[in-house]
Design a protein around this ligand. Sequence first.
Ligand SMILES: Cc1cc2nc3c(=O)[nH]c(=O)nc-3n(C[C@H](O)[C@H](O)[C@H](O)COP(=O)(O)OP(=O)(O)OC[C@H]3O[C@@H](n4cnc5c(N)ncnc54)[C@H](O)[C@@H]3O)c2cc1C
Length: 415
Amino acid sequence: MKKIAIIGFGAAAIGFIERIKDSNCEVHVFEKSKDIFSSSISGIRADGKLFVSKEMGGNIDVDVKLQKKLVDFYINHTDGNNIEKGHSFKNKDYYKQFYKYGFMPVLSDFYHIGTDQLKIVLKNIYSDFLKYPNLYFHFNKEIKEVERKNKKFVLNNEFIFDAVVVAIGRSGHKLIKHIIDKHPDLVLDNTYVDLGVRIELPNHIVEDLNKEMYEFKVKYKSKTNYMVRTFCNNPSGYVVRENYGDFVTVNGHAKMHDKSKNTNFAVLTTVKLTQPFNDPIGYGSHIAKLTNILAGKDKVILQTYDHFKKSKRTKNLYRVMPTLSSDKYILGDINLAFPRRIIESIIDFIENLNVVIPGIANPDNLVYAPEIKFYSSKLNNEKFKNLKFIGDCSGYTRSIIYATAHGFLIAEEFL
Ligand SMILES: Cc1cc2nc3c(=O)[nH]c(=O)nc-3n(C[C@H](O)[C@H](O)[C@H](O)COP(=O)(O)OP(=O)(O)OC[C@H]3O[C@@H](n4cnc5c(N)ncnc54)[C@H](O)[C@@H]3O)c2cc1C
């Protein structure tokens, strides 16, 4: 019987376990969070927008049938299969309308579980896994060291395994750094970062799109030559602050039951820098920290769209009221913290989007910053036969379904 360790119990680990649970492998899961109810456990705790798409979610090829199977796996672990759905650009009229103005519509099916239902899903999946005698869960166990000894791997100088699967998402960056420091040739690529803002506006402006698609995903090559895109649309949702430890950013989510009057979505500019640059996380973090310095410690900047365009500090709001509570933002000027090329790309995108969706560029719509998405370094999964990286920490995925699928597919390789 082969002994396998999985570090982390998030989306990728779930996919791996689901595929390997019926084998004769002995599988030990080490999770740093206290227990399955901990608010820090797994990326499956906010929003839970699952999608089936060939065009986004990660840089691995995942068959749409497998994607749908995994979506169903999550939905089947809700208590009543009560979810919201949408189809991005299945409707050809919408497709043509956006295409005409230079947008690249992204095709996808959406299934929204909601932040409130997600914790039940995670608990139900865990309860099912507990029924398998070959699966062992070790909570409150942060793995800090992974050492190679006699072709096996030793965790924290304590536990010896035939194979190790690292599934620690983005929050596990310290352990990834520790492993990379020992094996620098594991890194294949690390040059991207997404910088942008989160827009919040009244539901009625995007009501039809929300009903049809749930999330409208478009990309656009702006006049600066940067690719800009919408990301993480939350109908009747909430803007939230995300804490990275030494800086804060904005994010958004929506609940199944408790609805707001606003929709929020991110507008992100993808920045790819070339040699000698090799620190996209450092670059993005510095911009976030600069924004936080201006906003006061642990706060983000909120500005009206008109002032964002004119680089003028916002002092008052008009018709649109923020869903983020007032102790978490300061009214200010994002232009003091963000590079000009990023700001120009975002404005060009929004002005053009306003032609297709009138009201998107209303002067009193809200703009929050910093909204930053980091990409993990792409790691080489071919270097060791018995050390694999799955999910977001591998640099190949950026979503629940792609991370779960990555785990599932790597488990298939093991089998
Ligand atoms: C606020 C927010 C909202 C999101 N909303 C969506 C969404 O709606 N739809 C979507 O598709 N994606 C969403 N995502 C992205 C999604 O959560 C991730 O892509 C996905 O969870 C990645 O899965 P993973 O298994 O790689 O990592 P995770 O799910 O993050 O799991 C990693 C696990 O490893 C544990 N861990 C970390 N380090 C260690 C260590 N050293 N030792 C032991 N355990 C460790 C962590 O505690 C965690 O439980 C969202 C992300 C965020 C931050």
